[in-house]
Design a protein around this ligand. Structure first.
Ligand code: HXC
Length: 260
């Protein structure tokens, strides 16, 4: 439970969160609801959406759930339109939907590479583009979740590194193009965060201790660490922050994200 920020810092805001049912962005969605925002969440998986909606509503929040694949522009447009119709506005968009698996570059198929780029990079663009009119009206903001894998180089992650580099480029470009409409566009680059699908898929259990020793703060991140960064960037405390991707990784990338 987050205790750093006041309960009402996002009161009156409507937040649309992709990948908002589970993992890091699932946590961000719940944190935004606790901070007073009304939530709209999307995911490909109906079951995950139902569970998250129930969790948020039982905690006293509001949650509108709509299944959509961020690769499908028409589906994204429909989800945004339904959210705007339901709540009458959209103030915050969080792009968290992401694909990942470990694969050596020389074994990765073109479709495998393209699938992750389509989910992460094209999906982020699709959602930003479809939400533009609503964000322009609300002078809202975008938060893109990327990673630090591409700052140096991370073996078996060429597809994700390329995709997340694209996400960071979208953050910078949109911050410049849409700042004139009062829309702030920022990002968060999480490091290794425990209790996430990403870590389950990416980290073999026997490598956990080795990785921990390579993190300057000597611990994995918690979903709550990302929630706190997201709450700060989404709040008025960050009113003059635009075009920034905030690294939340305990200093890990400075020592390299490769375990080799
Ligand atoms: C090699 C793989 C593969 C694997 C899929 N592909 N899994 N290639 N190794 N393990 C290839 C397939 O062979 C296929 O190519 C292509 O990718 C598409 O696969 P599909 O299964 O048809 O696609 P789809 O169901 O649309 O999506 C698959 C997926 C997705 C991208 C793997 O299910 C997924 O990523 N789910 C995980 C969600 C997740 O964990 N999100 C958190 C991300 S964490 P061919 O050529 O055979 O057709 C994150 C943080 C990173 O991003 C930072 C950490 C520090």
């Amino acid at each position: 439970m987050n205790k750093i920020f006041a309960d009402n810092i996002l009161q009156g805001k409507v937040a649309f969160v992709t990948g908002g049912a589970t993992g890091i962005t699932g946590g961000v969605a719940r944190a935004f609801a606790r901070a007073g925002a009304r939530l709209a969440i999307t995911s490909r998986k109906e079951d995950n959406l139902i569970a998250q909606k129930q969790f948020i509503e039982e905690a006293g929040g509001e949650c509108f759930a709509v299944a959509a694949d961020v690769r499908d522009y028409a589906a994204v447009e429909k989800a945004i339109a339904e959210t705007a119709a339901h709540y009458g506005r959209i103030d915050i968009v969080v792009n968290g939907a992401a694909g990942n698996f470990l694969c050596k570059a020389n074994e990765l198929s073109a479709n495998g590479f393209g699938t992750v780029v389509d989910i992460d990079t094209k999906g982020t663009f699709n959602v930003c583009r479809a939400a533009f009119d609503e964000l322009k009206k609300s002078r809202g903001q975008i938060l893109n979740i990327s990673a630090t894998l591409h700052y140096l180089a991370t073996p078996m992650q060429i597809h994700v590194s390329a995709a997340k580099a694209g996400v960071d480029a979208i953050t910078r470009n949109l911050s410049v193009e849409w700042g004139r409409y009062g829309i702030r566009v920022n990002g968060i680059a999480p490091g290794p965060i425990e209790d996430t699908e990403g870590m389950k898929r990416l980290l073999m259990p026997e490598l956990r201790d080795k990785l921990t020793k390579r993190i300057p703060l000597q611990r994995f991140g918690k979903i709550e660490d990302i929630e706190n960064a997201a709450l700060f960037l989404a709040s008025d405390a960050a009113a003059y922050i635009n075009g920034v991707t905030l690294v939340v990784d305990g200093g890990q990338w400075l020592l390299g994200t490769s375990l080799g």
